[in-house]
Design a binder for this molecule. Sequence first.
Ligand SMILES: C[S@@+](CC[C@H](N)C(=O)[O-])C[C@H]1O[C@@H](n2cnc3c(N)ncnc32)[C@H](O)[C@@H]1O
Length: 360
Amino acid sequence: MSAPTIPNLLSLRGSSRGSGRSSGRGRGGSSASSLSASGPGHDATIQATDTDAAVSRLSAVEMGYLQDPFASLFVQPAPPGPSNRRLPIINRGTYTRTTAIDAIVNHFLASTPNQRRQIVSLGAGTDTRALRLFSSNTYTNIAYHEIDFPAITQRKLHSVRASQHLRTVLTVTTPPLTPPPSSWTAASATSATNTLHCHGIDLRLLPAAGILPSLDPSLPTLLISECCLCYLAPAAASAVVAYFTSRLPRLGLVLYEPVKPNDPFGRMMVSNLAARRIEMPTLDVFLLPADQERRLQQAGFDIVRHMTIDKVWEKWVATEEKERVDGLEGLDEVEEWLLLAGHYIVAWGWRGDGFELPGT
Ligand SMILES: C[S@@+](CC[C@H](N)C(=O)[O-])C[C@H]1O[C@@H](n2cnc3c(N)ncnc32)[C@H](O)[C@@H]1O
């Protein structure tokens, strides 16, 4: 929920109330008003959504929702003041979505002990999940693949090379080329069996490309799309999923996306995105949670589950943890939270022997 979909919706609403909170726009180097809704300008707008996600992650970390020592390393230092601070319901959304995907990732890793396994994050941006996993030292033998536009993977490499802290977690194994390569690899400094493979490629070109370097089709693999495939045209998004389902027999997929664009709240969400020249074409096709389940079934996943974010909060966050989170900022707008969280879904499915993902 930290991406520009709802966060900006509510950031816009927050600033109209004079909260002084910023959506983080402009920090990604694009001005939405000057960009067209398709073509290269639109790609730049979509790439800038990673900055929104990074700023929201940092806000949730700074307010104590999440622990992530890497969140600040991918966000430009803000001027003094609360400019990077998100509204409480946005922080709770970022927390809940991160908790849900972390739980699915952990379940996948725990169900595949003593063997090599893969995670592939589509549109990973400057996400820190691989860094958190590697530094926790809980799991070994992970090949973690991240895919994003070359401009984003290059920027991530720059941050990794520039940060003393990150150099204690990752050893970049790509030769130090100038200009920096868009595809690069790194090994975990604590366990060399954990490797990070950053692939700088437009996902829409993936179906026509060969097998990604270092991707091993024989390994159990978890594919993550955390607010990524929703930016692609439905046929292109399906082709990306088919690229993996046609090659990897033991595969799971977890998606995080908005749903219900046609009710009043959903219409407002879509119109706020449109004001920023952002389109989410898959939202027109996978309208309801049941459509997302059908999508995964049609893609070939045998077991399919989904939960809206409000249900994740209700069912997956333990009582004491709910109390801790409630105590951080308080949440006056409970109805607004339920409305917001009900418009975001985590859907997951899997197929193949020897591993599993959680039930609901
Ligand atoms: C909202 S951000 C999410 C980043 C990250 N998954 C997270 O949740 O923190 C969406 C990401 O998807 C990437 N993306 C969108 N369309 C893409 C495409 N066609 N090819 C590669 N990356 C894409 C963007 O560049 C951006 O980094």
